[in-house]
Ligand binder design. Structure first.
Ligand code: GCO
Length: 396
C-alpha cells in the first residue's frame, strides 16, 4: 500500500450535532443554560446554522465535496417533548434527513445523544435520576423503529465523559454542578444507558452501534517523573478507562481527540512554551494526539474496532486546519500500518457552528457560515479533505 493510501473501504465523513447546527432547540437543558445569567455561556444558540430547514442543501454540499458519510445527531427533546410523548413530526423530519443522505450516496451516522437532554428529564434529576438509562433506552428504541432501516451506524452517546465531568464536576456545562460523587454517578448512569441503548437498537435493527469518547493524549512532564505519571493515570482513570472497559466487545467505538494534556509533578500544567494554543479552546495545536489516543483506545478496550468520529481544528487560518488534519491523518496511517482496526475518519465539523459555552467564536468548520444570511462558503480545507475522501489517499 503506497505510503499515503488508506485501506479499501475506509470511511470519510463530516460531523455536526443537532443543537449546534439546527437552531430553535428550546426544549432542552442547553437552551436553558444559555439563558441562565449564572452560566458561562457566551451567547444563545439561537437559530444556529438553521440546518433544521437547510439540511438538504448541506447534505448535497458535503456529498459534492466527496465525503461518503454524515454524522449528525437527533434532538431528544424534539422527538420526545414530554416524558413518554413522542412526536411523529420530528421523527418524520429525521427520516427525511436520512433519506436525503441516501439520495446523495451518503451513509447516515446517527448520534442519539449529543450533550443535550430534554428539560422534562433534567427537571426531575437528569442523569442522576434512577430511570434515566431506562427512558434513554426507550427513546433509542423509538428512534431506531423510525430511522433504523435508513441508518448506517448508530452512535449512542457522544462524549459521556465530558457531560459527566464538565457538567457535574467542573460546572461549566448544565446542570453546572461541582460534585465528584455526582460526576461518578452520572458516569455509571451513562455506561448503563449505553448498554441498554445497544440492546434497544439491536432489538429493532441489526446496525453497528457504539459510543463516542472524548480522549486526550495525557503526557507526563518529565516523562519519567513518578508523580506526573501518576497524575496522568488518575486522569485516564477518571475520564477514559471506565468507558474503554465498558465498550469491550462492541461493534465499534468512536475516538474523539483534539489535543494533549500535560501533567507535571504537581499536577496539570499549561501549554508548552512555543506551542500554538488553539483559539478559544485553550489547548495546544497537537495533531499527534489522535495517534496516541487511537493506540490507547485499542489497547485498553482489547481491540474494539475504532472509528475517528471527531477530530478537527478551530482556526481562522484555514491553512493551519489543513496542516493539523494532514498530521493527524499520518498518525492514523501509522496506527493502521501497525494492525489497529481504524475504519474511518470524521472531521469535526462540516460547518462553523455553536461551540457550546464558547458560542459562535470558534471556527471548526470546513464550511464557513455567514451568521446574518446563513450562506455557506466551503473553505479550501473542505475541497482538500474532500479530495482525500474521494481518492482515499493523502496526495504527496
Ligand atoms: C465535543 C463535541 C463537539 C464539539 C467539538 C469541538 O467533543 O465537545 O462532540 O460538539 O463541538 O468537539 O470542541
Amino acid at each position: 500500500m503506497p505510503e499515503s493510501q488508506f485501506p479499501e473501504g475506509f470511511r470519510w465523513g463530516v460531523a455536526t450535532a443537532a443543537h449546534q447546527v439546527e437552531g430553535g432547540n428550546t426544549n432542552n437543558d442547553w437552551w436553558a443554560w444559555e439563558h441562565d445569567p449564572e452560566s458561562p455561556c457566551a451567547e444563545s444558540s439561537g437559530d444556529a446554522c438553521d440546518q433544521w430547514n437547510r439540511y438538504r442543501s448541506d447534505i448535497e454540499m458535503l456529498a459534492a465535496l466527496g465525503f461518503d458519510n454524515y454524522r449528525f445527531s437527533v434532538e431528544w427533546s424534539r422527538i420526545e417533548p414530554a416524558d413518554g410523548e413522542f412526536s411523529k413530526s420530528a421523527l418524520d423530519h429525521y427520516r427525511s434527513v436520512c433519506a436525503t443522505c441516501l439520495e446523495h450516496g451518503i451513509e447516515p451516522v446517527v448520534t442519539y445523544h449529543h450533550f443535550t437532554t430534554p428539560l422534562w428529564l433534567t427537571q426531575r434529576g437528569g442523569w442522576l435520576s434512577d430511570d434515566a438509562p431506562e427512558v434513554f433506552a426507550r427513546f433509542c428504541e423509538r428512534v431506531t423503529q423510525a430511522l433504523g432501516d435508513l441508518t448506517g451506524r448508530v452512535c449512542t452517546i457522544n462524549e459521556p465523559n465530558v457531560v459527566a465531568f464538565v457538567g457535574y464536576m467542573l460546572g461549566l456545562f448544565p446542570p453546572g454542578h461541582s460534585d465528584m460523587d455526582e460526576c461518578l454517578r452520572v458516569q455509571q448512569a451513562f455506561i448503563e444507558a449505553h448498554r441498554r441503548a445497544v440492546d434497544a437498537v439491536k432489538s429493532v435493527a441489526d446496525l453497528p452501534v457504539g459510543l463516542t469518547l472524548a480522549m486526550s493524549d495525557y503526557q507526563a512532564v518529565p516523562a519519567d517523573d513518578p508523580q506526573a505519571i501518576n497524575s496522568c493515570n488518575e486522569a485516564r482513570r477518571l475520564m477514559e478507562d471506565p468507558f474503554l472497559e465498558a465498550v469491550k466487545g462492541d461493534d465499534f467505538m468512536g475516538v474523539q481527540t483534539y489535543s494533549r494534556m500535560r501533567f507535571g509533578p504537581a499536577g496539570l500544567i499549561g501549554p508548552e512554551e512555543g506551542v500554538e494554543v488553539v483559539e478559544y479552546m485553550g489547548y495546544e495545536f497537537w495533531p499527534d494526539s489522535l495517534e496516541a489516543t487511537i493506540r490507547r483506545a485499542w489497547d485498553v478496550s482489547d481491540g474494539v474496532p475504532l472509528i475517528v468520529t471527531e477530530n478537527g481544528l478551530s482556526h481562522t487560518d484555514d491553512r493551519r486546519r489543513i496542516e493539523y488534519v494532514e498530521q493527524a491523518l499520518q498518525g492514523v496511517l501509522r496506527c493502521i500500518a501497525d494492525g489497529i482496526d481504524v475504519g474511518g475518519y470524521t472531521y469535526w465539523s462540516l460547518l462553523d457552528n455553536f461551540e457550546w459555552a464558547f458560542g459562535y467564536g470558534p471556527r471548526f468548520g470546513l464550511v464557513a457560515v455567514d451568521r446574518s444570511t446563513q450562506q455557506r462558503t466551503p473553505k479550501a480545507s473542505a475541497r482538500w479533505l474532500g479530495d482525500i475522501a474521494r481518492t482515499n489517499a493523502i496526495r504527496a
